[in-house]
Design a protein around this ligand. Sequence first.
Ligand SMILES: [Fe+2]
Ligand SMILES: [Fe+2]
Length: 317
Amino acid sequence: MQLPPPRGTLSHRVRDALAGSSTRPLASRPSPVADDHHDAALALWMLYELHYRGFDGVDDRMEWDATLLGLRRHLEDDLEQDLRTRFAKSGTSAESVEEIFRICDEHEGAALSPYLHRHATREQFLELLRARSVYHLKESDPVSWAIPRLGTAAKAALVELQYDEYGGGDPNRLHAHLFARGMAACGLDPTYGAYVAQAPTEVLEQNNVMSLFGLHRRLRGAALGHLAAFEVTSSLPSRRIAQGLDRLDLADAMQHYYREHVEADAVHEQLAVRTICGALVAESPELLDDVVLGAFACLDQEERIARHFLDRWEAAA
Ligand SMILES: [Fe+2]
Ligand SMILES: [Fe+2]
C-alpha cells in the first residue's frame, strides 16, 4: 500500500517521517498538533497501519519506533477520551452481557441500510463501498489482536467466530476476500487501502477505534463488546443491502458478500454476545463496563457514518 496523501500539518509530518524513515523531525519541540479531526484521524490511521500490512517503501522497523509510539499514545488518549465522554452522555449501561441485544435494539439514530435498500443510486452505493473498503479489506483483523489476551472459554469461542470470518480454511471464502471480489465486480479497485485518501473522517475514526480496542490488552473488553454489537447489527442490514444491490442490478459478487452475512451473522451474534462476551465477563466481571463501552462505540461510530452519508445524499436529492 502507498502512503496516503496528507490532510494537514500532523498527517504531513507523520507521512514525511515514514517516507524518510526518520522520526527526528517529529521528535523536535514543539510537538506537532493536528489541524482538525481529519488530520488527527489520518495520522493515527497511518500509525496503526504499521501494525497491519505496512506501507510500500516504509521500513518495517518503524512499527516499534519510540517517537511514533509516543505520538500514537497522544492521539489515542484524545480518541478514547472523546469516546468515553460520548458514552457517559448517552447513559448506556447494562447489568449483563445479554443486554447488548437490548442496547442495539434501542439505539436510535441514522441508519444506512433502509436508504440503500430502497433509494440509493448506483453512484451512492459505489461511494459507500469505497468507504467501507477501508475496513472490509481487513475485515475481522482488529479483533484478532485480542485472541492471546483471553482466557480459555472466550478464546475458543472467538477463534470459532474468526475461523468463519477467515473462510474456514478456504481463501475463497475469507470475508475480506469476498469483499475484494465484490469490489472488482463493481469496477472498483480492490487493492488494500486504495480508497483511504477519499474516506470521510468518520470512517477513519471507526477504523481507528477498532484498532485502539484491539491493540490494547487493557481494552479487550471493549474489543469484544464492539464485536458483539457489530454482529448483532449486521444480519438484517446485510439483507437490505443485498436487496438494494439487486434492485440496481449491481455485481452478483458483491450481493454474495452481503448475503453471506445474513446467515453467518445471525449465528455470530449469538456466539459473540452469549459465548464470547459471556465467557469474558464470567471470568473477569470487572470488564462488563468496557464490554458495554465497546458495544456503544460500535453503534455510535456507525451512526455518525450514516449521518455523514445521508446528509450528503439527502441534500443532493
Ligand atoms: Fe464477516
Ligand atoms: Fe460476522
